[in-house]
Design a protein around this ligand. Sequence first.
Ligand SMILES: [Zn+2]
Length: 144
Amino acid sequence: MPAFSSFILKLRNFMSGRNGVDKLTAGLLVIYCAVAAIKIFFRGFPIVWIIVSVIQYLFLAYIIFRVFSRNLQKRYRENFKFEQFLNAWKPYFEHLKLRIQYAGTHRFRKCRYCSEFLRLKKGRGKRTVTCPKCGKELKFYFLF
Ligand SMILES: [Zn+2]
C-alpha cells in the first residue's frame, strides 16, 4: 500500500523533533480517562459537569501540547520529575496492588515492633504469627 506507507513517512517526518508519547503523557492520559469516567456520576449536576468537563479538556489540551512540543529539554525534565515521583510512591502502589489482589482472602496487619506489613489469611478467631522480618511473636484476634 504505497498511500499508507507515504502517510507513515509523512507522520514520521512531522513527529521528528517532537516529544511524542512519554511516561508523563501516558499518566496524564490515564487521569484523563479517569476524569471522563467520573463525569458520568455528575450528569444531574450541570455546574459540576461543566467544571469537570473543563478540567478534562485542559488535560487533553496539555496532552496534545506535550506530544507535539518541540521543546524537548523541558519535556524531558518534566518527564524525569514525573518518573522520580512515581519511584517515590512505588512501594505504596505495590502495597495497594497486593491489598486489592488479596482483598477477598487475606487481611493486612502491621507488625507492632518493626512496622512490617503482614498478610494473614482471613478467618475468625485468635492467631499467633511470627513476623518474618523481626522474628517477634504477634497475637491477633479476628472478629470476622
Ligand atoms: Zn516485625
